[in-house]
Design a protein around this ligand. Structure first.
Ligand code: MRU
Length: 388
């Protein structure tokens, strides 16, 4: 795992720790993930979140579980034969896959490990060699993320600068808006849409980043705010309801967002509120850019109507989590955490989808580590074959 300051996952040998994102930004606490069950629980409860980060954790948890067994003085019975290994590992992969339904990266990671397992069994290798291949593949899923994030960030930023240059604007004046959190905390490092923004900043082309609070989990106000502050990127937070006002009163060069799943036609599931921002961006003629790794593109899903959308527990939309203000600290100097209810108790109904789908029609460009896809003139869908 590359060291980039802020990080969602850190590993030392077989030890995996994740930063508890429920406590950020007021308390930075790492939690050890020493079992498959803990990895599943951390993903489900959103102690770790962000499509690439949850895939990395699932892959690393499997790698660590197998490494420990390979190194154990007495090998477990399931390492005695390829069939026994398969019977043990496949249910773990199937179980991890069920932790969250929308981000396809999680199923891409578990499918990749399933393929390694099946190929190993078919090749006639012994159980220990197959387990070693799975360890290597699990680590690779995590390792690959940072370099591909840098690549898609560079490609997306260069494409945007070309578009801006065509409109005759000065590149140094760029202001971008983003939704949710797509930085180092949501990935294995650098980020996707926030990576693009970071790249513009690093190359002196960014004036300011705007980001929505992204309620109800507040990925924007808690996590993106924290990342932008630590990267010293000039930035401004806005409430989700203020996007239209922002576009009316500020010169926004583009909206850049991440994705949890991009369907074959380019329809994109991302944090709820992304669709609202895309409708408003179209109304204001602002380019709307999706930045995501190839593993987020799901060619088997025909369009957005087929993407499973996770519904989060009602209570999560009724609560706000944070630190007591004015800040009170406990004996260890940690800001005291509080969870506050902002609705009456026992509401009759709560609508709480975690994601929405932005139709391809509203998306200007889809950027992966392989390139930038735009729609053909007059088309309402993407041909993604050049970027997967
Ligand atoms: O519910 P979350 O916080 O996991 O949702 C995260 C998002 O919607 C991100 O935009 C997406 O996963 C891309 S992260 C690089």
């Amino acid at each position: 795992m590359a060291s980039l300051g802020l990080t969602s996952i850190r590993t030392t040998g077989t030890k995996i720790e994740i930063v508890n994102q429920l406590l950020l930004p007021h308390s930075v606490q790492f939690v050890e993930i020493d079992s498959i069950e803990k990895a599943h629980d951390a993903i489900k409860r959103m102690i770790i979140r962000g499509a690439p980060a949850i895939a990395s954790l699932a892959a690393l948890a499997v790698a660590s579980h197998l490494s420990l067994a390979l190194d154990a003085p007495a090998a477990p019975e399931w390492l005695s034969s390829p069939a026994a290994l398969q019977d043990h590992v496949q249910p773990l992969l199937d179980y991890l896959y069920t932790a969250r339904p929308t981000a396809v990266n999680l199923s891409a990671a578990t499918r990749r490990l399933t393929s390694t397992l099946q190929a190993g069994v078919a090749s006639g290798k012994d159980a220990r060699s197959i387990a070693q291949s799975l360890v290597a593949e699990g680590k690779a899923i995590d390792d690959e993320d940072v370099s591909r994030n840098r690549e898609m960030s560079r490609r997306g930023a260069e494409w945007l600068l070309e578009q801006v240059a065509k409109k005759g604007k000065l590149p140094a004046e760029l202001q971008l808006m983003t939704v949710c959190n797509t930085g180092s905390l949501a990935t294995s490092g650098y980020g996707t849409a926030l990576g693009l923004i970071t790249h513009l900043h690093e190359t002196g082309k960014l004036k300011r980043a705007f980001y929505t609070q992204s309620t109800p989990y507040h990925q924007g106000s808690r996590l993106t705010a924290f990342e932008l502050q630590s990267l010293k990127i000039p930035s401004t937070m806005l409430c989700d309801s203020m996007v239209g006002s922002l576009f009316q009163h500020h010169d926004i060069a583009a909206v850049a967002v991440g994705a949890d799943r991009v369907a074959r036609n380019g329809d994109t599931a991302n944090k709820v509120g992304t669709y609202n921002a895309a409708v408003l961006a179209a109304r204001h003629g602002i380019p709307f850019i999706v930045v995501a790794p190839v593993s987020t593109v799901d060619l088997e899903t025909e369009d957005g109507s087929k993407i499973p959308i996770e519904q989060r527990p009602a209570l999560e939309a009724c609560l706000v989590r944070g630190a007591l203000y004015p800040f009170a600290t406990d004996e260890g100097g940690v800001k005291q955490q509080a969870t506050v209810m902002v609705t009456p108790d026992n509401l009759d109904g709560v609508y709480n989808p975690s994601f929405d789908v932005t139709p391809a029609e509203l998306i200007t460009a889809i950027v992966t580590e392989k390139g930038v896809a735009v729609k053909a003139d007059g088309a309402t869908r993407f041909d993604l074959s050049s970027v997967v």
